[in-house]
Design a protein around this ligand. Structure first.
Ligand SMILES: *[C@@H]1O[C@H](CO)[C@@H](O)[C@H](O)[C@H]1NC(C)=O
Ligand SMILES: *[C@@H]1O[C@H](CO)[C@@H](O)[C@H](O)[C@H]1NC(C)=O
Ligand SMILES: *[C@@H]1O[C@H](CO)[C@@H](O)[C@H](O)[C@H]1NC(C)=O
Length: 597
Protein backbone atom coordinates (compact mmCIF):
# COMPACT_ATOMS: atom_id res chain seq x y z
CA UNK A 1 0.00 0.00 0.00
CA UNK A 2 2.33 2.77 -1.16
CA UNK A 3 -0.28 5.53 -0.69
CA UNK A 4 -0.86 4.67 2.94
CA UNK A 5 2.90 4.65 3.55
CA UNK A 6 3.13 8.08 1.97
CA UNK A 7 0.47 9.46 4.22
CA UNK A 8 2.18 8.14 7.33
CA UNK A 9 5.52 9.59 6.21
CA UNK A 10 3.91 12.96 5.58
CA UNK A 11 2.31 12.92 9.00
CA UNK A 12 5.64 12.10 10.63
CA UNK A 13 7.38 14.94 8.80
CA UNK A 14 4.62 17.32 9.86
CA UNK A 15 5.03 16.23 13.46
CA UNK A 16 8.78 16.71 13.60
CA UNK A 17 8.54 20.08 11.89
CA UNK A 18 6.12 21.33 14.45
CA UNK A 19 8.22 19.99 17.28
CA UNK A 20 10.10 22.39 19.44
CA UNK A 21 13.66 21.79 20.29
CA UNK A 22 14.34 24.30 23.06
CA UNK A 23 14.16 22.73 26.49
CA UNK A 24 11.43 25.04 27.87
CA UNK A 25 9.44 24.76 24.67
CA UNK A 26 9.28 21.01 25.11
CA UNK A 27 7.88 21.50 28.59
CA UNK A 28 5.46 24.17 27.39
CA UNK A 29 4.22 21.90 24.68
CA UNK A 30 3.42 19.12 27.13
CA UNK A 31 1.70 21.66 29.41
CA UNK A 32 -0.42 22.94 26.52
CA UNK A 33 -1.34 19.36 25.65
CA UNK A 34 -2.61 18.81 29.19
CA UNK A 35 -4.80 21.90 29.31
CA UNK A 36 -8.48 21.25 28.84
CA UNK A 37 -10.43 24.05 27.30
CA UNK A 38 -9.07 26.75 25.03
CA UNK A 39 -6.21 29.14 25.47
CA UNK A 40 -6.64 32.86 25.04
CA UNK A 41 -3.65 34.88 23.87
CA UNK A 42 -3.66 38.44 25.10
CA UNK A 43 -1.38 40.43 22.80
CA UNK A 44 -1.19 44.15 23.32
CA UNK A 45 1.46 45.25 20.85
CA UNK A 46 1.56 44.34 17.14
CA UNK A 47 5.19 43.32 17.54
CA UNK A 48 4.12 40.62 19.99
CA UNK A 49 2.80 38.59 17.07
CA UNK A 50 6.29 38.20 15.69
CA UNK A 51 7.71 36.92 18.93
CA UNK A 52 9.09 33.40 18.55
CA UNK A 53 7.19 32.13 21.60
CA UNK A 54 3.88 33.43 20.25
CA UNK A 55 4.65 31.88 16.91
CA UNK A 56 5.44 28.64 18.68
CA UNK A 57 2.11 28.63 20.54
CA UNK A 58 0.26 29.45 17.34
CA UNK A 59 1.80 26.36 15.79
CA UNK A 60 0.30 24.15 18.51
CA UNK A 61 -2.73 22.38 17.12
CA UNK A 62 -3.66 20.51 20.30
CA UNK A 63 -5.71 23.29 21.87
CA UNK A 64 -8.21 25.84 20.74
CA UNK A 65 -6.69 29.31 20.50
CA UNK A 66 -8.19 32.73 20.46
CA UNK A 67 -6.35 35.98 20.21
CA UNK A 68 -7.46 39.17 21.84
CA UNK A 69 -5.62 42.42 21.48
CA UNK A 70 -6.99 44.09 24.57
CA UNK A 71 -6.21 43.48 28.18
CA UNK A 72 -9.79 42.74 29.13
CA UNK A 73 -10.66 39.19 29.96
CA UNK A 74 -13.41 37.21 28.37
CA UNK A 75 -16.54 37.19 30.47
CA UNK A 76 -16.87 34.78 33.38
CA UNK A 77 -19.42 32.58 31.65
CA UNK A 78 -17.11 32.11 28.70
CA UNK A 79 -15.61 28.97 30.11
CA UNK A 80 -14.25 27.55 26.90
CA UNK A 81 -11.27 29.95 26.80
CA UNK A 82 -10.38 29.51 30.37
CA UNK A 83 -6.59 29.60 30.09
CA UNK A 84 -4.69 32.76 29.36
CA UNK A 85 -1.34 33.65 27.86
CA UNK A 86 0.34 37.00 28.27
CA UNK A 87 3.67 38.45 27.29
CA UNK A 88 5.34 41.04 29.53
CA UNK A 89 8.55 42.98 29.17
CA UNK A 90 9.49 42.67 32.84
CA UNK A 91 8.13 42.11 36.32
CA UNK A 92 7.11 45.75 36.77
CA UNK A 93 4.81 45.55 33.79
CA UNK A 94 3.44 42.30 35.13
CA UNK A 95 2.80 43.76 38.57
CA UNK A 96 0.55 46.40 37.06
CA UNK A 97 -1.54 43.60 35.69
CA UNK A 98 -2.14 41.99 39.10
CA UNK A 99 -5.62 43.54 39.71
CA UNK A 100 -6.85 42.12 36.40
CA UNK A 101 -5.95 38.54 37.21
CA UNK A 102 -8.98 36.42 37.90
CA UNK A 103 -9.29 33.05 39.50
CA UNK A 104 -11.76 31.22 37.29
CA UNK A 105 -10.18 27.81 37.53
CA UNK A 106 -7.94 28.17 34.50
CA UNK A 107 -4.20 28.50 34.14
CA UNK A 108 -2.22 31.61 33.31
CA UNK A 109 0.97 31.43 31.30
CA UNK A 110 2.88 34.64 31.87
CA UNK A 111 6.00 35.07 29.77
CA UNK A 112 8.70 37.53 30.80
CA UNK A 113 11.04 38.79 28.12
CA UNK A 114 13.52 40.39 30.50
CA UNK A 115 14.03 38.63 33.78
CA UNK A 116 15.01 40.88 36.63
CA UNK A 117 18.36 40.27 38.19
CA UNK A 118 16.72 39.96 41.61
CA UNK A 119 14.22 37.14 41.81
CA UNK A 120 12.72 38.81 44.87
CA UNK A 121 10.33 40.95 42.82
CA UNK A 122 9.04 37.98 40.89
CA UNK A 123 8.69 36.00 44.07
CA UNK A 124 6.71 38.80 45.73
CA UNK A 125 4.36 38.93 42.75
CA UNK A 126 3.73 35.18 42.85
CA UNK A 127 3.06 35.26 46.58
CA UNK A 128 0.68 38.21 46.16
CA UNK A 129 -1.38 36.30 43.60
CA UNK A 130 -1.81 33.45 46.06
CA UNK A 131 -2.79 35.80 48.87
CA UNK A 132 -5.26 37.80 46.76
CA UNK A 133 -6.84 35.08 44.71
CA UNK A 134 -5.90 31.91 46.49
CA UNK A 135 -4.62 30.38 43.29
CA UNK A 136 -1.24 29.47 42.06
CA UNK A 137 -2.14 28.12 38.64
CA UNK A 138 0.34 30.42 36.97
CA UNK A 139 3.33 29.39 34.93
CA UNK A 140 6.05 31.97 34.63
CA UNK A 141 8.27 31.65 31.56
CA UNK A 142 11.63 33.32 31.86
CA UNK A 143 12.55 33.63 28.21
CA UNK A 144 16.14 34.71 28.61
CA UNK A 145 16.82 31.98 31.16
CA UNK A 146 15.03 29.28 29.21
CA UNK A 147 12.95 28.02 32.08
CA UNK A 148 9.41 27.81 33.42
CA UNK A 149 8.59 28.43 37.07
CA UNK A 150 5.56 27.86 39.23
CA UNK A 151 4.79 29.02 42.76
CA UNK A 152 4.42 26.45 45.52
CA UNK A 153 2.27 28.10 48.19
CA UNK A 154 2.80 25.27 50.67
CA UNK A 155 6.56 25.63 50.70
CA UNK A 156 6.45 29.34 49.76
CA UNK A 157 8.99 28.82 47.04
CA UNK A 158 9.28 28.93 43.27
CA UNK A 159 9.77 25.56 41.62
CA UNK A 160 11.19 24.71 38.23
CA UNK A 161 8.71 23.04 35.94
CA UNK A 162 10.18 19.94 34.30
CA UNK A 163 6.99 18.48 32.87
CA UNK A 164 3.24 18.87 32.97
CA UNK A 165 2.95 16.96 36.25
CA UNK A 166 4.88 19.46 38.38
CA UNK A 167 1.74 21.36 39.27
CA UNK A 168 -0.05 18.15 40.26
CA UNK A 169 2.89 17.24 42.48
CA UNK A 170 2.61 20.53 44.35
CA UNK A 171 -1.06 19.89 45.15
CA UNK A 172 -0.29 16.28 46.04
CA UNK A 173 1.52 17.40 49.19
CA UNK A 174 0.07 20.37 51.01
CA UNK A 175 2.84 20.21 53.57
CA UNK A 176 0.65 20.69 56.60
CA UNK A 177 -1.31 23.63 55.13
CA UNK A 178 -4.58 24.08 57.07
CA UNK A 179 -7.73 23.54 55.00
CA UNK A 180 -11.07 24.87 56.23
CA UNK A 181 -13.12 21.68 56.53
CA UNK A 182 -16.82 21.80 57.24
CA UNK A 183 -18.58 18.77 58.70
CA UNK A 184 -22.01 18.69 60.29
CA UNK A 185 -24.28 16.04 61.75
CA UNK A 186 -25.56 14.07 58.82
CA UNK A 187 -26.25 10.46 57.95
CA UNK A 188 -22.62 9.34 57.86
CA UNK A 189 -21.02 12.09 59.94
CA UNK A 190 -21.34 13.09 63.56
CA UNK A 191 -19.75 16.14 65.18
CA UNK A 192 -18.79 16.49 68.83
CA UNK A 193 -18.06 20.04 69.89
CA UNK A 194 -17.88 22.43 72.77
CA UNK A 195 -20.89 24.73 72.50
CA UNK A 196 -19.42 27.39 74.78
CA UNK A 197 -16.24 27.98 72.82
CA UNK A 198 -17.79 26.92 69.51
CA UNK A 199 -14.95 24.54 68.83
CA UNK A 200 -15.28 21.19 67.14
CA UNK A 201 -13.58 18.58 69.28
CA UNK A 202 -13.84 15.56 67.03
CA UNK A 203 -15.85 14.16 64.15
CA UNK A 204 -16.81 10.55 63.61
CA UNK A 205 -18.52 8.50 60.96
CA UNK A 206 -17.64 7.21 57.53
CA UNK A 207 -17.31 10.72 56.08
CA UNK A 208 -14.90 11.72 58.83
CA UNK A 209 -12.80 8.61 58.30
CA UNK A 210 -12.55 9.35 54.62
CA UNK A 211 -11.62 12.98 55.35
CA UNK A 212 -8.89 11.81 57.68
CA UNK A 213 -7.43 9.55 55.00
CA UNK A 214 -7.54 12.33 52.42
CA UNK A 215 -5.81 14.66 54.85
CA UNK A 216 -3.14 12.07 55.53
CA UNK A 217 -2.42 11.42 51.86
CA UNK A 218 -2.46 15.07 50.79
CA UNK A 219 -0.69 16.08 54.01
CA UNK A 220 -2.99 18.90 55.08
CA UNK A 221 -4.38 19.66 58.54
CA UNK A 222 -8.12 19.86 59.00
CA UNK A 223 -9.35 23.10 60.44
CA UNK A 224 -12.96 22.34 61.42
CA UNK A 225 -15.56 25.07 61.14
CA UNK A 226 -18.35 25.36 63.69
CA UNK A 227 -21.60 24.14 62.11
CA UNK A 228 -24.67 26.36 61.91
CA UNK A 229 -28.29 25.26 62.21
CA UNK A 230 -28.98 25.10 58.49
CA UNK A 231 -27.05 21.97 57.69
CA UNK A 232 -27.30 21.50 53.95
CA UNK A 233 -28.92 24.81 53.17
CA UNK A 234 -29.72 26.15 49.76
CA UNK A 235 -31.00 29.23 48.03
CA UNK A 236 -33.27 31.36 50.20
CA UNK A 237 -36.17 33.27 48.65
CA UNK A 238 -34.23 36.56 48.80
CA UNK A 239 -31.46 35.08 46.67
CA UNK A 240 -28.84 34.51 49.35
CA UNK A 241 -27.52 31.06 50.17
CA UNK A 242 -27.71 29.40 53.55
CA UNK A 243 -26.05 26.45 55.25
CA UNK A 244 -23.24 24.45 53.73
CA UNK A 245 -24.20 25.45 50.20
CA UNK A 246 -23.95 29.10 51.25
CA UNK A 247 -20.53 28.65 52.80
CA UNK A 248 -19.18 26.95 49.69
CA UNK A 249 -20.87 29.52 47.46
CA UNK A 250 -19.14 32.36 49.32
CA UNK A 251 -15.85 30.49 49.42
CA UNK A 252 -15.77 30.32 53.22
CA UNK A 253 -14.75 26.67 53.23
CA UNK A 254 -12.25 24.61 51.29
CA UNK A 255 -14.28 21.42 51.40
CA UNK A 256 -17.46 20.13 53.04
CA UNK A 257 -16.95 16.56 54.21
CA UNK A 258 -20.65 15.74 54.61
CA UNK A 259 -22.43 13.96 51.79
CA UNK A 260 -24.60 16.11 49.53
CA UNK A 261 -26.99 14.82 46.88
CA UNK A 262 -25.54 15.58 43.47
CA UNK A 263 -28.17 17.90 42.06
CA UNK A 264 -28.71 21.51 41.15
CA UNK A 265 -28.36 23.83 44.13
CA UNK A 266 -29.03 26.88 41.93
CA UNK A 267 -25.49 28.22 42.10
CA UNK A 268 -22.52 27.84 39.78
CA UNK A 269 -20.08 28.72 42.53
CA UNK A 270 -19.92 25.21 43.98
CA UNK A 271 -18.78 21.89 42.59
CA UNK A 272 -18.89 18.27 43.66
CA UNK A 273 -16.13 15.80 44.32
CA UNK A 274 -16.32 12.29 42.90
CA UNK A 275 -19.45 10.49 44.03
CA UNK A 276 -18.81 8.49 47.19
CA UNK A 277 -22.01 6.51 47.63
CA UNK A 278 -25.65 6.37 46.65
CA UNK A 279 -28.81 6.77 48.60
CA UNK A 280 -32.56 6.72 48.08
CA UNK A 281 -35.00 9.34 49.18
CA UNK A 282 -37.91 7.43 50.68
CA UNK A 283 -41.23 8.06 52.33
CA UNK A 284 -42.28 6.44 55.56
CA UNK A 285 -45.56 6.10 57.41
CA UNK A 286 -46.67 4.67 60.70
CA UNK A 287 -46.55 0.89 60.75
CA UNK A 288 -49.95 -0.74 60.28
CA UNK A 289 -51.72 -1.95 63.44
CA UNK A 290 -51.22 -5.46 64.76
CA UNK A 291 -53.94 -7.99 64.06
CA UNK A 292 -55.65 -8.62 67.42
CA UNK A 293 -55.10 -12.01 69.05
CA UNK A 294 -58.80 -12.86 68.97
CA UNK A 295 -59.02 -13.17 65.19
CA UNK A 296 -55.37 -13.97 64.51
CA UNK A 297 -55.99 -17.61 63.39
CA UNK A 298 -58.24 -16.38 60.59
CA UNK A 299 -55.27 -14.46 59.15
CA UNK A 300 -52.85 -17.34 59.55
CA UNK A 301 -53.18 -18.28 55.89
CA UNK A 302 -54.05 -16.24 52.87
CA UNK A 303 -57.71 -15.79 51.90
CA UNK A 304 -57.34 -17.92 48.79
CA UNK A 305 -56.33 -20.90 50.94
CA UNK A 306 -59.56 -20.54 52.90
CA UNK A 307 -61.51 -20.22 49.65
CA UNK A 308 -59.82 -23.30 48.21
CA UNK A 309 -60.66 -25.21 51.40
CA UNK A 310 -64.35 -24.40 51.01
CA UNK A 311 -64.40 -25.15 47.30
CA UNK A 312 -62.69 -28.53 47.65
CA UNK A 313 -65.31 -29.51 50.25
CA UNK A 314 -68.14 -28.71 47.86
CA UNK A 315 -66.53 -30.21 44.78
CA UNK A 316 -65.57 -33.36 46.73
CA UNK A 317 -69.20 -33.86 47.70
CA UNK A 318 -70.26 -33.40 44.10
CA UNK A 319 -67.73 -35.95 42.78
CA UNK A 320 -68.78 -38.50 45.38
CA UNK A 321 -72.38 -37.99 44.39
CA UNK A 322 -71.51 -38.57 40.74
CA UNK A 323 -69.62 -41.76 41.62
CA UNK A 324 -72.60 -43.04 43.61
CA UNK A 325 -74.89 -42.23 40.69
CA UNK A 326 -72.68 -44.18 38.28
CA UNK A 327 -72.33 -47.12 40.68
CA UNK A 328 -76.07 -47.36 41.18
CA UNK A 329 -76.93 -46.69 37.56
CA UNK A 330 -74.54 -49.37 36.26
CA UNK A 331 -75.60 -51.86 39.00
CA UNK A 332 -72.06 -52.32 40.31
CA UNK A 333 -71.89 -54.98 42.97
CA UNK A 334 -71.92 -53.69 46.55
CA UNK A 335 -69.40 -54.72 49.15
CA UNK A 336 -71.29 -56.62 51.82
CA UNK A 337 -70.64 -55.04 55.19
CA UNK A 338 -73.44 -56.59 57.19
CA UNK A 339 -75.57 -53.53 57.32
CA UNK A 340 -79.11 -53.77 56.17
CA UNK A 341 -79.45 -50.26 54.91
CA UNK A 342 -82.29 -49.54 52.59
CA UNK A 343 -81.22 -50.34 49.03
CA UNK A 344 -82.45 -47.18 47.42
CA UNK A 345 -82.87 -44.28 49.79
CA UNK A 346 -84.46 -41.18 48.33
CA UNK A 347 -82.20 -38.96 46.23
CA UNK A 348 -82.40 -36.11 48.71
CA UNK A 349 -81.37 -38.11 51.77
CA UNK A 350 -78.57 -39.80 49.78
CA UNK A 351 -77.15 -36.43 48.69
CA UNK A 352 -77.39 -35.13 52.24
CA UNK A 353 -75.62 -38.18 53.62
CA UNK A 354 -72.79 -37.89 51.08
CA UNK A 355 -72.39 -34.13 51.64
CA UNK A 356 -72.04 -34.62 55.37
CA UNK A 357 -69.65 -37.54 55.00
CA UNK A 358 -67.44 -35.54 52.62
CA UNK A 359 -67.07 -32.73 55.14
CA UNK A 360 -66.45 -35.19 57.92
CA UNK A 361 -63.52 -36.63 55.98
CA UNK A 362 -62.39 -33.19 54.83
CA UNK A 363 -61.95 -31.88 58.37
CA UNK A 364 -60.23 -35.13 59.33
CA UNK A 365 -62.85 -36.74 61.52
CA UNK A 366 -63.49 -40.50 61.25
CA UNK A 367 -66.25 -41.34 58.86
CA UNK A 368 -68.87 -43.57 60.53
CA UNK A 369 -69.52 -45.98 57.70
CA UNK A 370 -67.39 -46.68 54.68
CA UNK A 371 -69.20 -46.44 51.35
CA UNK A 372 -70.20 -49.75 49.83
CA UNK A 373 -68.29 -49.30 46.53
CA UNK A 374 -64.53 -49.72 45.91
CA UNK A 375 -64.31 -46.67 43.65
CA UNK A 376 -65.82 -44.46 46.33
CA UNK A 377 -63.41 -45.83 48.92
CA UNK A 378 -60.47 -44.96 46.64
CA UNK A 379 -61.85 -41.47 46.30
CA UNK A 380 -62.16 -41.10 50.06
CA UNK A 381 -58.53 -42.13 50.58
CA UNK A 382 -57.29 -39.45 48.20
CA UNK A 383 -59.52 -36.87 49.88
CA UNK A 384 -57.99 -37.86 53.22
CA UNK A 385 -54.49 -37.28 51.87
CA UNK A 386 -55.34 -33.80 50.57
CA UNK A 387 -56.96 -33.04 53.90
CA UNK A 388 -53.77 -34.01 55.74
CA UNK A 389 -51.74 -31.62 53.61
CA UNK A 390 -54.20 -28.80 54.13
CA UNK A 391 -54.29 -29.45 57.83
CA UNK A 392 -50.51 -29.43 58.13
CA UNK A 393 -50.33 -26.14 56.26
CA UNK A 394 -52.90 -24.59 58.53
CA UNK A 395 -51.31 -25.84 61.71
CA UNK A 396 -47.80 -24.71 60.87
CA UNK A 397 -49.08 -21.30 59.80
CA UNK A 398 -50.96 -21.01 63.06
CA UNK A 399 -47.82 -21.76 65.04
CA UNK A 400 -45.91 -19.13 63.04
CA UNK A 401 -48.38 -16.33 63.55
CA UNK A 402 -48.29 -16.86 67.29
CA UNK A 403 -44.51 -16.48 67.31
CA UNK A 404 -44.16 -13.71 64.72
CA UNK A 405 -46.86 -11.10 65.13
CA UNK A 406 -48.98 -10.27 62.11
CA UNK A 407 -49.84 -6.76 60.99
CA UNK A 408 -52.58 -5.44 58.79
CA UNK A 409 -51.44 -4.55 55.28
CA UNK A 410 -48.86 -1.75 55.09
CA UNK A 411 -48.71 0.96 52.47
CA UNK A 412 -46.26 -0.43 49.96
CA UNK A 413 -46.53 1.76 46.90
CA UNK A 414 -46.81 5.46 46.23
CA UNK A 415 -50.23 4.92 44.65
CA UNK A 416 -51.46 3.37 47.91
CA UNK A 417 -49.99 6.30 49.83
CA UNK A 418 -51.84 8.66 47.52
CA UNK A 419 -55.07 6.77 48.21
CA UNK A 420 -54.67 7.14 51.99
CA UNK A 421 -54.90 10.95 51.65
CA UNK A 422 -52.16 11.45 54.26
CA UNK A 423 -50.32 14.79 54.07
CA UNK A 424 -46.53 14.62 53.62
CA UNK A 425 -44.46 16.71 56.02
CA UNK A 426 -40.90 17.64 55.03
CA UNK A 427 -38.18 19.39 56.98
CA UNK A 428 -35.73 20.37 54.22
CA UNK A 429 -37.00 22.87 51.62
CA UNK A 430 -34.91 21.08 48.98
CA UNK A 431 -37.24 18.05 49.09
CA UNK A 432 -40.06 20.16 47.72
CA UNK A 433 -38.15 20.97 44.53
CA UNK A 434 -37.08 17.56 43.50
CA UNK A 435 -38.95 14.73 45.17
CA UNK A 436 -41.99 14.59 42.91
CA UNK A 437 -41.54 17.75 40.92
CA UNK A 438 -41.61 17.73 37.14
CA UNK A 439 -42.96 14.21 36.77
CA UNK A 440 -45.84 13.62 34.42
CA UNK A 441 -47.47 10.88 36.52
CA UNK A 442 -50.75 11.94 38.10
CA UNK A 443 -49.86 10.17 41.35
CA UNK A 444 -46.62 12.15 41.62
CA UNK A 445 -48.41 15.40 40.93
CA UNK A 446 -51.01 14.72 43.62
CA UNK A 447 -48.31 13.70 46.09
CA UNK A 448 -46.33 16.83 45.24
CA UNK A 449 -49.28 19.00 46.16
CA UNK A 450 -49.62 17.23 49.52
CA UNK A 451 -46.12 18.20 50.69
CA UNK A 452 -45.87 20.77 53.45
CA UNK A 453 -42.69 22.25 54.86
CA UNK A 454 -42.69 22.14 58.64
CA UNK A 455 -40.09 23.18 61.15
CA UNK A 456 -38.80 20.31 63.20
CA UNK A 457 -39.24 21.36 66.78
CA UNK A 458 -38.38 19.59 69.99
CA UNK A 459 -40.00 16.42 68.85
CA UNK A 460 -38.67 14.89 65.69
CA UNK A 461 -41.05 14.14 62.83
CA UNK A 462 -40.27 10.45 62.90
CA UNK A 463 -41.15 10.16 66.56
CA UNK A 464 -44.44 11.98 65.95
CA UNK A 465 -45.24 9.62 63.10
CA UNK A 466 -44.43 6.62 65.24
CA UNK A 467 -46.88 7.81 67.91
CA UNK A 468 -49.67 9.57 66.00
CA UNK A 469 -49.19 8.55 62.38
CA UNK A 470 -51.46 11.13 60.81
CA UNK A 471 -48.94 12.10 58.14
CA UNK A 472 -46.08 10.68 56.09
CA UNK A 473 -42.45 11.74 56.29
CA UNK A 474 -39.53 11.89 53.90
CA UNK A 475 -36.04 10.72 54.75
CA UNK A 476 -32.91 9.17 53.36
CA UNK A 477 -33.05 5.42 53.24
CA UNK A 478 -29.72 5.16 55.07
CA UNK A 479 -30.93 7.18 58.05
CA UNK A 480 -33.63 4.56 58.64
CA UNK A 481 -30.78 2.06 58.84
CA UNK A 482 -28.64 4.23 61.12
CA UNK A 483 -29.92 6.91 63.52
CA UNK A 484 -33.56 5.94 63.28
CA UNK A 485 -33.17 2.20 63.10
CA UNK A 486 -34.96 1.67 66.41
CA UNK A 487 -38.22 2.92 64.91
CA UNK A 488 -37.91 0.32 62.16
CA UNK A 489 -36.74 -2.52 64.38
CA UNK A 490 -39.51 -2.01 66.91
CA UNK A 491 -42.04 -1.82 64.05
CA UNK A 492 -43.11 1.75 64.74
CA UNK A 493 -42.64 3.14 61.26
CA UNK A 494 -42.74 1.53 57.86
CA UNK A 495 -40.60 2.58 54.92
CA UNK A 496 -42.52 2.53 51.66
CA UNK A 497 -40.31 0.32 49.50
CA UNK A 498 -41.08 2.29 46.36
CA UNK A 499 -38.68 5.23 46.73
CA UNK A 500 -39.25 8.12 44.36
CA UNK A 501 -35.64 9.31 44.03
CA UNK A 502 -32.18 7.88 44.00
CA UNK A 503 -29.09 10.07 44.25
CA UNK A 504 -25.36 9.91 44.05
CA UNK A 505 -23.78 11.59 47.03
CA UNK A 506 -20.59 13.63 46.99
CA UNK A 507 -18.72 16.27 48.93
CA UNK A 508 -18.94 19.94 48.04
CA UNK A 509 -16.12 22.33 47.21
CA UNK A 510 -16.22 25.93 46.12
CA UNK A 511 -15.62 26.55 42.44
CA UNK A 512 -12.87 26.91 41.44
CA UNK A 513 -10.86 24.90 43.89
CA UNK A 514 -7.23 23.94 43.34
CA UNK A 515 -7.70 20.95 45.66
CA UNK A 516 -10.40 19.20 43.60
CA UNK A 517 -8.15 16.95 41.52
CA UNK A 518 -5.98 15.85 44.43
CA UNK A 519 -8.97 15.09 46.65
CA UNK A 520 -10.78 13.24 43.87
CA UNK A 521 -7.71 11.10 43.28
CA UNK A 522 -7.63 9.99 46.91
CA UNK A 523 -11.41 9.49 47.10
CA UNK A 524 -11.40 7.28 44.02
CA UNK A 525 -8.58 5.16 45.40
CA UNK A 526 -10.45 4.75 48.70
CA UNK A 527 -13.60 3.76 46.80
CA UNK A 528 -11.71 1.31 44.62
CA UNK A 529 -10.26 -0.31 47.71
CA UNK A 530 -13.79 -0.77 49.06
CA UNK A 531 -13.05 1.18 52.24
CA UNK A 532 -16.15 3.32 51.95
CA UNK A 533 -18.35 0.21 51.82
CA UNK A 534 -16.51 -1.10 54.85
CA UNK A 535 -17.02 2.10 56.85
CA UNK A 536 -20.66 2.59 55.95
CA UNK A 537 -21.37 -1.09 56.55
CA UNK A 538 -19.66 -0.85 59.93
CA UNK A 539 -21.84 2.12 60.90
CA UNK A 540 -24.99 0.22 59.96
CA UNK A 541 -23.86 -2.80 61.93
CA UNK A 542 -23.14 -0.65 64.98
CA UNK A 543 -26.59 0.92 64.67
CA UNK A 544 -28.14 -2.53 64.76
CA UNK A 545 -26.16 -3.42 67.88
CA UNK A 546 -27.03 -0.17 69.60
CA UNK A 547 -30.62 -1.37 69.93
CA UNK A 548 -29.43 -3.54 72.80
CA UNK A 549 -28.70 -0.45 74.84
CA UNK A 550 -32.42 0.36 75.09
CA UNK A 551 -34.21 -2.10 77.41
CA UNK A 552 -37.64 -0.82 76.42
CA UNK A 553 -36.96 -1.75 72.81
CA UNK A 554 -35.67 -5.12 73.80
CA UNK A 555 -38.86 -5.75 75.73
CA UNK A 556 -40.94 -4.79 72.71
CA UNK A 557 -38.89 -6.96 70.46
CA UNK A 558 -39.34 -9.98 72.72
CA UNK A 559 -35.85 -11.07 71.85
CA UNK A 560 -34.47 -14.00 73.75
CA UNK A 561 -37.76 -15.07 75.27
CA UNK A 562 -39.86 -18.01 74.17
CA UNK A 563 -43.43 -17.46 73.14
CA UNK A 564 -45.67 -19.07 75.73
CA UNK A 565 -49.21 -19.54 74.51
CA UNK A 566 -51.77 -18.12 76.91
CA UNK A 567 -55.54 -18.20 77.14
CA UNK A 568 -55.76 -15.03 75.03
CA UNK A 569 -54.07 -16.85 72.16
CA UNK A 570 -56.80 -19.49 71.99
CA UNK A 571 -59.77 -17.18 72.47
CA UNK A 572 -61.04 -17.75 68.93
CA UNK A 573 -61.70 -21.42 69.74
CA UNK A 574 -63.96 -20.43 72.62
CA UNK A 575 -65.73 -17.87 70.49
CA UNK A 576 -66.43 -20.62 67.97
CA UNK A 577 -67.70 -22.90 70.74
CA UNK A 578 -69.86 -20.09 72.11
CA UNK A 579 -71.39 -19.37 68.71
CA UNK A 580 -72.03 -23.12 68.23
CA UNK A 581 -73.84 -23.32 71.60
CA UNK A 582 -75.94 -20.29 70.77
CA UNK A 583 -76.94 -21.78 67.42
CA UNK A 584 -77.79 -25.10 69.08
CA UNK A 585 -79.95 -23.32 71.62
CA UNK A 586 -81.72 -21.37 68.89
CA UNK A 587 -82.43 -24.50 66.89
CA UNK A 588 -83.64 -26.31 70.00
CA UNK A 589 -86.03 -23.42 70.76
CA UNK A 590 -87.32 -23.43 67.19
CA UNK A 591 -87.96 -27.16 67.35
CA UNK A 592 -89.84 -26.69 70.64
CA UNK A 593 -92.08 -24.13 69.05
CA UNK A 594 -92.63 -26.36 66.03
CA UNK A 595 -93.64 -29.31 68.19
CA UNK A 596 -96.01 -27.25 70.35
CA UNK A 597 -97.76 -26.00 67.24
C1 LIG B 1 16.89 18.97 18.56
O1 LIG B 1 17.90 18.90 19.53
C2 LIG B 1 18.62 17.68 19.53
C3 LIG B 1 19.63 17.71 20.63
O2 LIG B 1 19.00 18.00 21.86
C4 LIG B 1 19.28 17.52 18.15
O3 LIG B 1 19.96 16.27 18.09
C5 LIG B 1 18.26 17.61 17.04
O4 LIG B 1 18.89 17.55 15.77
C6 LIG B 1 17.45 18.88 17.17
N1 LIG B 1 16.38 18.88 16.19
C7 LIG B 1 16.06 19.92 15.46
C8 LIG B 1 14.88 19.73 14.52
O5 LIG B 1 16.58 20.96 15.57
C1 LIG C 1 3.79 16.78 55.70
O1 LIG C 1 3.79 18.06 56.24
C2 LIG C 1 4.73 18.24 57.30
C3 LIG C 1 4.57 19.66 57.79
O2 LIG C 1 3.37 19.81 58.46
C4 LIG C 1 6.12 17.96 56.82
O3 LIG C 1 7.03 18.11 57.90
C5 LIG C 1 6.20 16.57 56.25
O4 LIG C 1 7.48 16.32 55.71
C6 LIG C 1 5.17 16.39 55.19
N1 LIG C 1 5.16 15.01 54.73
C7 LIG C 1 5.54 14.65 53.52
C8 LIG C 1 5.42 13.21 53.22
O5 LIG C 1 5.96 15.43 52.72
C1 LIG D 1 -32.07 36.61 53.26
O1 LIG D 1 -32.88 35.81 54.12
C2 LIG D 1 -32.15 35.21 55.17
C3 LIG D 1 -33.15 34.35 55.93
O2 LIG D 1 -33.93 33.59 55.08
C4 LIG D 1 -31.49 36.25 56.05
O3 LIG D 1 -30.74 35.60 57.06
C5 LIG D 1 -30.58 37.10 55.21
O4 LIG D 1 -30.04 38.15 55.99
C6 LIG D 1 -31.36 37.70 54.05
N1 LIG D 1 -30.43 38.42 53.19
C7 LIG D 1 -30.72 39.58 52.63
C8 LIG D 1 -29.68 40.16 51.77
O5 LIG D 1 -31.79 40.13 52.82
Amino acid sequence: MPTAMHLIMLALVGLTNGHANNSYENVLESILNELEGGLELHLTKPSDFDHSLVQFILRQWSCTLTISSTETMSSEEDDIFRHHFMLFEDVNEMSEYLPHLKNLGGFYILALVHTPQDMAKLFKFTADVWLHHGHSRIYYIQLDMDRILVYNPFKTSLEFVNDATTYKHIYGNLNGHPLRVYTFDSVYSLVFGDGATKKVLRVTGADAKLAEEVAKVLNFTQHFLWPDDEFFGGRTPNGSYSGGVGRAHRGEVDIIFSGFFIKDYLTTQIQFSSAVYMDDLCLYVQKAKRIPQSILPLFAVHEDVWLCFLLVGLIGAFIWLCLRGLNLGLHIERIADGSNEKEYPGFYSLAMRIFIDTWVVWVRVNVGRFPPFNSERMFLVSLCLVSVIFGALLESSLATVYIRPLYYKDTNTLAELDATQLPIYIKHPAFKDDLFYGHDSAVYRRLDSKMTLVAEGEERLISMISKLGRFAGVTRSASLELNDIRYVMTKKVHKIPECPKNYYIAYVLPRPSPYLDGINGVILRILAAGLMDLWTGEMKERARWSIHRFPEYLAELNVGSWKVLTLTDVQLAFYALGIGCLLAAAVWLLEMCWKNK
